[in-house]
Design a protein around this ligand. Structure first.
Ligand code: THU
Length: 139
């Protein structure tokens, strides 16, 4: 993927932040996934009064991508967030549960994908999803 494409996907993730339902944490996260067929899937964190029932933006987007387009590889996921004060979060890193789900997406489709976030100096950071979880759980 080219730098412009990373930038464009991050912009979509930022727009997805506005769809977060984060009334409890006030931490709003958006994710945008580019699929191999060119489709873009968005997700945002969805919280619930029974706190653990909520779901991170990454998993909302990844599970939706896999259910809407089974068999289609994930090329990249961009993630963005605003904190409780409304400020953009720099160097956001996915939680462990999302990393576990990412690792299974890699395994399922036998294809690594890029994780794209904004860095601390306004730069775009791209990391292979395979590098985020060194020892995923497996059955
Ligand atoms: N959250 C995400 O959606 N993605 C992350 O990478 C980290 C955390 C959500 C979960 C919860 O709704 C809120 O952010 C605060 O943890």
């Amino acid at each position: 993927m080219k730098e412009k494409e990373h930038e464009a996907l991050l912009k979509i993730a930022r727009a997805a932040v506005e769809n977060a339902y984060s009334v409890y944490s006030r931490f709003s996260v958006g994710a945008a996934i580019l699929m191999e067929n060119g489709e873009i899937v968005r997700g945002s964190n969805q919280e619930n009064m029974a706190y653990p029932s909520g779901l991170c933006a990454e998993r909302v987007a990844l599970f939706y991508a896999c259910s809407a387009y089974p068999g289609v590889k994930v090329k990249a996921i961009a993630i963005a967030a605003r904190d409780a004060a409304g400020a953009w979060v720099e160097a956001l890193t996915p939680c462990g549960a999302c990393r576990q789900v990412m690792s299974e997406v890699i395994r399922r489709y036998q294809a690594d994908f890029d994780v794209i976030v904004a860095g601390k100096k306004g730069e775009i950071v791209v990391v292979p999803a395979s590098e985020l979880l060194p020892a995923p759980f497996s059955l």
